[in-house]
Design a protein around this ligand. Structure first.
Ligand SMILES: [Zn+2]
Length: 965
């Protein structure tokens, strides 16, 4: 057993003592700059967090081995309210939270008592997370570490906000935000359960009227107002009559509450029994038609106003509910609707390709919907809405909008109704319900006099798109999500009245919030270790303008800020050397906010040549197929996992099961599996390193085969690493290589000095390649092995292996391919016949056959297979042969070659005349072991061969004939 802890600690100590991950500008070398989203220290990291950071570290280590001067820094994000909220919960004695800290995160009790102070929480978990990252062996330049409440960083954020404001991208005004009614705070992704970003949509409220009140219906499809046949209320929900901005409205009780957050004056007059409203009539404000109010159970009182307009021709829900109601005689009788409902007919107002009748009905049929509770209804709805939006046209029953595209009509109808005062706007969460971390359901609030970053600015969006268009995304398929986000992003609240962070420079009662002070800090890392030498009060706008934008002259700026001009120049050199950022790593959940803000802000503040070059996005981590959560009890802190197993195995397990966007599914068993494999590698290395090589190596086919295969693994792994397809890389480096080496060990034979020397050389080559390629993934053990192999310096800086084509021996590959097929064919015969063989006889094809085969290969790779020409050529060259025999053979060869893959054909043609008899003889021991019997090898050319059944005639090139005794 390996003492993993001692081994890993030893190498971490050496890396640290020799400061090998501290990257400094070096104009003689190309640089590579990688960052990964800094962690929020309100809890320690668990295994799930490990994936993103491990991937970034593997990326950094790989780039270092490709010769890049690579920088990977780290910092800690203190900004925001969650830590504050946590300290309040601790202060109020929240048992659940205290228990989580104690039992899952193993925080000592005396520490928890200090957690009433928010900074104590941040500092404690900061150290926890940092030591976990060190334990994992992340190759971080810790000199550049900072927190987002450091005074120097605050000056930097002030500069960022000054720049945005000068550009006109910061506004003050009233805008809708996601809001927690219990906490009284805006909510972003960091504040919600499951970390979802609240997405806000603008609905149109169409005001249907009865004699004394308004029935406002919230819709995203105002153009369908021409097809309304009725309204829906949920008879089991509670509705209220409320005075809203001077009008009497009938809405659900929940809606009345929501309208208050949207800055309307709402006074609830009385509660209504929805059942008493059913059967009464209201007027469609657009058409003047009188339509009835009907009951429907699908109406959610929490959605919109709880009052729904029914457009059965174009809304599958409405069509289905109307059909259900028509069939429900009991309900019709109870509400006295027997004469009202049956005559209702859908009113079609949009025509689109592929729908000739009532579109909603056709959609219901296509999706095979059963009733209004069928989940397929949702799919039918989405599909029809999208189709009509993109291809639909308004029909003649829509008056002035007739002939317009649906996408145009939607805007025009809405504007017209708003200007006539028969409609209004209502903001609502599109992805509701969104739950705050406190458990409350979030709503939309119109936030007055709030500070916003204006991501809706058209010019800015154009720049952001340009930046994205010039970036590489890993994987490329995530690009569309970025483009979508750039399109829908609107004004984003950027400051709050509480929490940790940097006050807005021009309005100090506001604190810049966490998704706004974390978008260009990658630039700050480049100078973070040097800026501390300067007093924060010297960090004026001119200072950052010079360092990041190259404005002004060092001498003058130094004078204005009171700093040493040479230090100022040094900072500028650090920044211009490492910027732009080469790769930004993060989880997929940050695409709709952080990562897109990162693109926007770089595009706004920095010149084009400093815009980021790539973004790497990864999926999440499942534990034994399940999401990690407290309720499943499957959260394992990273530090705990490292100390139980080892960092190297954990790193491999985190990356081995999934490509970038897929969810990784790990288990303790998988970590153990990798630990065992690494231990086997260690034992294998010990064995190889004791192999003596005396004399000149005498290479056999098997030796040359393994050397060739190694080049193939190097080529494939390198291609995978370049695309960060780490699962594929690990598959090749760990499994494919092990299989090849195991096969080689079985195939090779010979005990002469030269043969043993060859084995030693080849296996050491395999070990060398393996250790180099595994080093980014399992750096500790690879460092140890590298050291034992006598490698120079640290393996972290060893060169990543190059695929050396000169070592690829096609004849060796073709030979082993021949042996593999032969073994498989023999085993198949034995299995099918059930014979227990005494001896297996092989006959390799006659020389004339092999020559003819080569001719045929030439044809296949050239002008194409031509049987008659083939026969003619062979007969000309071999006049002593029976022409019938030649014809029969040529026919078979042409048949075989028709289905032979091109790469195989090319290889065989390049190899030329392979002496198959010699190959089989070299592998005779291996063949004996594999088929479990004595083996004899003859050539068809050999007249004295033992061939009682005339099998030799059947021999073909690459397919020796087989006879079993
Ligand atoms: Zn809340």
């Amino acid at each position: 057993m390996l003492d993993w802890r001692a081994l890993e600690e030893k190498w971490r100590r050496r890396w640290f003592e020799q400061r090998i991950f501290e990257a400094n500008p070096d104009p003689s070398r190309p640089k590579f700059y990688i960052t990964v989203a800094y962690p929020y220290p309100n809890s320690p990291q668990h295994i799930g967090h490990g994936r993103t950071y491990t991937l970034a570290d593997v990326h950094a280590r790989y780039r270092r081995m490709r010769g890049y001067n690579t920088l990977l820094p780290m910092a800690f994000h203190y900004t925001g309210t969650p830590i504050l909220a946590m300290s309040k919960r601790i202060a109020s004695g929240d048992e659940g939270l205290i228990d989580t800290f104690k039992s899952i995160y193993k925080v000592p009790e005396e520490k928890i008592r200090e957690f009433k102070e928010p900074l104590a929480i941040a500092k404690y978990f900061h150290q926890e997370i940092k030591s976990g990252m060190i334990d994992m062996g992340f190759s971080i330049d810790w000199r550049r570490e900072f927190t987002t409440i450091d005074p120097h960083y605050s000056r930097f954020i002030e500069w960022q906000f000054k720049k945005l404001r000068d550009l006109g991208f910061i506004k003050q005004g009233s805008h809708p935000v996601g809001w927690c009614p219990v906490d009284g705070n805006p909510v972003g992704q960091h504040d919600t359960l499951d970390d979802v970003e609240p997405e806000i949509g603008e609905f149109t409220l169409i005001k249907f009227r009865s004699d004394d009140s308004v029935y406002p219906t919230a819709t995203l499809r105002p153009e369908t107002v021409f097809g309304v046949t009725n309204l829906w209320l949920n008879p089991s929900a509670i509705y209220v009559e409320a005075e809203v901005d001077g009008e009497v409205w009938v809405v659900s009780r929940e809606a009345a509450e929501k309208l208050r957050y949207l800055n309307r004056r709402v006074e609830v007059k009385k509660t209504l029994d929805a059942r008493s409203l059913i059967g009464s009539f209201v007027v469609n404000p657009m058409t003047g038609a009188s339509v009835p109010i009907l009951p429907a159970s699908f109406v959610d009182p929490k959605a919109g106003t709880g009052v729904v307009m029914s457009v059965p021709a174009h809304a599958p829900y409405d069509y289905q509910a109307l059909e259900d109601l028509k069939a429900d005689k009991e309900t019709l009788r109870r509400y006295g609707l027997e004469d009202i409902v049956p005559p209702i007919e859908a009113i079609k107002l949009i025509e689109s390709e592929g729908f000739s009748g009532i579109p909603a009905l056709e959609a219901l049929r296509r999706f095979d919907v059963k009733d209004q509770n069928d989940p397929k209804l949702e799919d039918a709805t989405t599909s029809l809405y999208t189709h009509e939006f993109h291809t639909g046209r308004m029909m003649s029953n829509t008056g002035p909008y007739s002939g317009l595209l649906v996408s145009e009509a939607r805007v025009r109808v809405k504007e017209d109704m708003l200007s006539k005062g028969i409609a209004d706007r209502m903001y609502e969460l599109l992805n509701r319900p969104v739950k705050c971390r406190c458990g409350a359901e979030c709503v939309v609030k119109i936030f007055e006099n709030q500070w916003f970053i204006d991501y809706s600015n058209v010019e800015w969006k154009r720049l952001a798109k340009e930046a994205a268009a010039n970036m590489t995304f890993y994987p490329e398929e995530i690009r569309a999500e970025f483009e979508y986000t750039i399109d829908w992003l609107r004004e984003k609240a950027c400051a709050r009245k509480s929490g940790l962070g940097t006050p807005l420079p021009w309005d100090k009662e506001w604190i810049i919030e966490s998704l706004s002070d974390s978008v260009i800090y990658m630039a700050y890392y480049t100078i973070a270790h040097l800026i501390r030498k300067i007093d924060p009060s010297s960090l004026k706008e001119e200072f950052f303008d010079y360092v990041f934008l190259g404005k002004g002259k060092a001498e003058e700026v130094a004078k204005i800020c009171g700093v040493d001009p040479s230090l100022l120049e040094e900072l500028r050199r650090e920044f211009t050397y490492f910027y732009p950022l080469d790769a930004r790593h993060s989880g997929r959940d940050l695409v709709p906010n952080h990562l897109t803000f990162f693109i926007f802000n770089h595009a706004a503040i920095f010149p084009r040549d400093l815009w980021p070059r790539s973004i790497v996005v990864n999926g999440s981590v499942l534990m034994e197929g399940k999401k990690m959560s407290k309720s499943y009890g499957n959260i394992i802190p990273l530090k705990e996992a490292v100390s139980k197993y080892c960092a190297d195995a954990l790193r491999l397990a985190l990356l081995a099961t999934a490509e970038l966007l897929q969810d990784a599914d790990i288990s303790l068993g998988l970590i153990r599996h990798f630990q065992e494999r690494l231990e086997k590698l260690y034992a294998f290395a010990e064995e190889i390193l004791t192999l003596r090589c005396k004399g000149e190596p005498n290479y056999s086919i098997a030796d040359r085969w393994l050397m060739s295969r190694l080049q193939e693994v190097v080529r494939k792994s390198t291609e995978a690493m370049e695309k960060l397809r780490v699962r594929e890389a690990i598959h090749n480096i760990v499994y494919v290589m092990d299989q090849d080496v195991a096969k080689y060990q079985k195939m090779r034979a010979g005990l002469s000095e030269g043969e043993l020397a060859a084995k030693a050389v080849v296996l050491r080559q395999a070990l060398d390649i393996k250790v180099r390629m595994l080093a980014p993934f399992a750096p500790h053990i690879c460092e140890e092995l590298w050291h034992r192999m006598g490698g120079e310096g640290f393996v972290c800086f060893a060169q990543w292996p190059n695929c050396d084509e000169s070592k690829v021996d096609l004849a060796a590959l073709a030979s082993v391919e021949l042996i593999d097929t032969l073994v498989e064919d023999t085993q198949n015969i034995l299995r099918a016949t059930g014979i227990k063989p005494k001896r297996v006889l092989y006959y390799t094809a006659a020389t004339w056959k092999r020559r003819a085969y080569l001719k045929a290969l030439e044809q296949k790779l050239g002008a194409g297979l031509d049987l008659r020409r083939l026969i003619r050529d062979v007969v000309q060259n071999e006049p002593n042969l029976d022409p019938k025999k030649v014809a029969d053979f040529a026919k078979k060869v042409v048949e075989d070659l028709t289905s032979t893959p091109l790469d195989v054909a090319k290889r065989r043609f390049t190899v030329g005349l392979l002496d198959e008899n010699l190959v089989l003889k070299e592998f005779s021991n291996y063949l004996t072991k594999e088929v479990g019997a004595e083996v004899s090898i003859f050539s068809e050319d050999d007249p004295s061969r033992h061939d009682p059944k005339n099998r030799a005639e059947l021999a073909k090139p690459y397919k020796p004939a087989i006879y079993i005794e």
